[in-house]
Every structure is written in structure tokens, then in C-alpha cells.
Ligand binder design. Structure first.
Ligand SMILES: [Zn+2]
Length: 206
């Protein structure tokens, strides 16, 4: 197991340590030192370990890459948790229990996804837009957490008393709870056109 840090390299031929240790280097070390200096450090084995740098962007890129590998559609408004759940479903032979029977689950429509992305870009959405988004995502079987994430991404500020999300990422806003309790259907395509949420006659939202 040569890749475990601070362990000796074992010669494959002789089966004995070569005097070189598996050593972590920082990016600075690699940029500044030449190969002889790096080799000398590896012989010393100072036993230091460097904590990994955790990058949310790298994490997101990685999860998006995995989604692409599994043909899972994703957009900027999907949370990491949402994508990981979809990945778990796609890669697991045991299907998770869903709170809504899957025959009632309707994936969010293209024009609603565009509305969400536009709203996040603008940092604002109207009360009517929020209803459209909430009905759509609830009917798509999204969790409270993922719906909250969408609204939080739009407003990017403390939740206040508006009811679309709360400051607790796991807890839905009061409006979301109320819509769930009433079991309201998502908007019809006609209604979306009337509200000018959808301006495309050929959109597949009907
Ligand atoms: Zn549409």
C-alpha cells in the first residue's frame, strides 16, 4: 500500500524498504523545489500530513460530472443533495421509498426550469412566479430541503416571514407546507401561457 502517507516504499524486487517514504507535498513545495530536493524530503520522512483543501466548486463539478455519466439531468438550481439523491437512485438496485407514489410525480417542465434560472439570475421573483415554482417542484416530488434551496438561491438573504423558505435548510417555508397539505396540482400549460411564464408555443409543457 504505497500510497498511504508516511509509509515506506518497498522494493518490488527485493521486498525491502528502499529508504524513500510516501510523502505529501504542498503545491508550493512542488512549484519551488526541484526533483532532487523533493527526493531528499521523501528520504527524511518528517511525518507531516497536509489537510485536504475542500472546495465546494470542485465538489459540485464532480457531482455534475457523475450526473452526466448517468444521464441525470441537472441545472444550476439543483442542490448537491438533490443530485446525490438522483445518483443514489440511478446506481442503486433498491429503489428508495418516495412519499408520493411515482405515477403522480411529474418532472419539472423546461419553461419552469428556465423561470427558476432566470429568477436566480435576477435575484428576484414575483409572488405568482413563486407559486408556479412551488407547485411545480412539489408535484415533481422534490423534498422540502431542495425546494428551500431553490428559493434561498433566488433571494440569497435571510428567510424573513415570506414563507417560501426558512433559515433552517431542512425545513420548508409555511407556504410550502400549506401547498403540500392542500395537494395542489401544478399549473396547466394554458395558465403558464396566460401568466407569460411560458412564451413558447412549441414548449413541451402541456
Ligand atoms: Zn412551457
Amino acid at each position: 500500500m504505497r500510497r498511504i502517507v508516511n509509509t515506506a516504499y518497498i522494493s518490488k524486487i527485493e521486498g525491502t524498504p528502499t529508504g524513500v517514504w510516501c510523502t505529501q507535498f504542498s503545491v508550493d513545495d512542488i512549484m519551488k523545489l526541484d526533483i532532487a530536493a523533493l527526493y531528499a524530503l521523501a528520504m527524511e520522512n518528517k511525518g507531516k500530513t497536509i489537510a485536504p483543501v475542500k472546495s465546494p466548486k470542485a465538489q459540485r463539478n464532480f457531482v455534475e460530472f457523475l450526473c452526466d455519466q448517468h444521464d441525470i439531468r441537472h441545472t444550476v438550481s439543483n442542490s448537491i443533495d438533490y443530485m446525490v439523491n438522483r445518483l443514489t437512485e440511478a446506481t442503486s438496485s433498491i429503489k428508495p421509498m418516495l412519499s408520493i407514489s411515482s405515477e403522480y410525480i411529474k418532472p419539472p417542465r423546461e419553461c419552469i426550469i428556465k423561470l427558476i434560472e432566470l429568477s436566480i439570475e435576477r435575484g428576484h421573483s414575483s409572488h405568482e412566479d413563486n407559486k408556479v415554482i412551488a407547485f411545480e417542484l412539489i408535484n415533481a416530488g422534490w423534498s422540502d430541503k431542495d425546494i428551500s434551496f431553490v428559493f434561498k438561491s433566488i433571494y440569497n438573504e435571510p428567510a424573513g416571514n415570506w414563507g417560501w423558505y426558512t433559515n433552517d435548510p431542512n425545513k420548508a417555508g409555511s407556504k410550502i407546507d400549506a401547498i403540500r397539505a392542500k395537494g395542489i396540482n401544478r399549473y396547466s400549460s394554458d395558465k403558464l401561457h396566460e401568466l407569460k411564464v411560458c412564451n413558447d408555443k412549441h414548449c413541451g409543457c402541456s
